[in-house]
Design a protein around this ligand. Structure first.
Ligand code: SF4
Ligand code: FES
Length: 251
């Protein structure tokens, strides 16, 4: 049984995108170690509501590492201190009694703050709409193995498809670049026969939209890879660059 811990929470509060923000400090007492980070936030919000105060706004949906909604920095790390997990998969046993835990929203021009810890990530949807799909009719689901695909390619495509669009790569990057996200979305299709045909055009269109939306350029710091909760590899960025060059040559 995990023991209970007491700690100080410093949480960013901001009423709207143009308002000035500030940290509010809360003392959390006797929180069981097997409480998830978001459950701990729920406990705090129940206390705030009981006291007639405004609860903290934060995004969440699946609470099992699938939807990518629970975007926040915990002690300066996107999705907190653990590797390869999302905020909703962190348990309070990771922290020590007496700790101070600082929680902030994603800070990036591409993700404006809506309120408190909630940011607008619709720019990712716009990048997807620019080309993150297959535009030909590929028909119904084919029989397994009807289209032979080398295992290595299938595995790499599956690894790239693990991207949940959470935005931690952008939040981790000093340039605010969305290259890891775009590269995962380009790779999951470019590696498979159905997606190969449009791969170069797709890369060019998605990168153009990324630039237009104000995301920065990649300078290979690898911060994105280090903080990605799905361990997406920057080798995908190399593939994205290759597809982009192919599109430029075709032009
Ligand atoms: S590449 Fe990783 S960090 Fe970036 S959006 Fe996808 S899952 Fe999140
Ligand atoms: S709430 Fe869905 S990934 Fe965390």
């Amino acid at each position: 049984m995990d023991k209970n811990i007491s700690f100080t929470l410093k949480i960013w509060r901001q009423r709207g995108p143009k308002e000035k923000g500030h940290f509010d400090t809360f003392q959390m007492k006797d929180i069981p170690g097997d409480t998830s980070f978001l459950e701990m936030m729920d406990i705090l919000n129940e206390q705030l509501v009981d006291e007639g105060k405004e609860p903290i706004v934060f995004d969440h949906d699946c609470r099992e590492g699938i939807c990518g909604m629970c975007s926040m920095y915990i002690n300066g790390h996107p999705h907190g201190p653990a590797k390869g997990v999302t905020t909703c998969q962190i348990y309070m046993r990771r922290f020590k009694d007496g700790d101070t835990i600082t929680v902030e929203p994603w800070r990036s021009a591409g993700f404006p703050i809506i309120r408190d810890l909630m940011v607008d990530r619709s720019s990712y949807d716009k990048i997807m709409q620019a080309g993150g799909y297959i535009s030909v009719n590929t028909g119904g689901v084919p029989d397994a193995n009807a289209i032979p695909i080398p295992k290595k390619d299938a595995d790499e495509a599956m690894d790239a498809a693990a991207c949940i669009g959470c935005g931690a790569c952008v939040a981790a990057c000093k340039n605010g670049s969305a290259m890891l996200f775009v590269s995962a979305k380009v790779s999951q299709l470019a590696l498979l026969p159905q997606g190969k045909i449009e791969a170069a055009r797709r890369a060019k269109a998605m990168l153009a939209k990324m630039d237009e939306l104000g995301f920065g350029n990649c300078t290979n710091t690898r911060a994105c890879e280090a903080e990605c909760p799905k361990n997406i590899s920057i080798s995908n960025i190399a593939r994205l660059n290759r597809e982009f060059i192919k599109a430029k040559l075709k032009d």
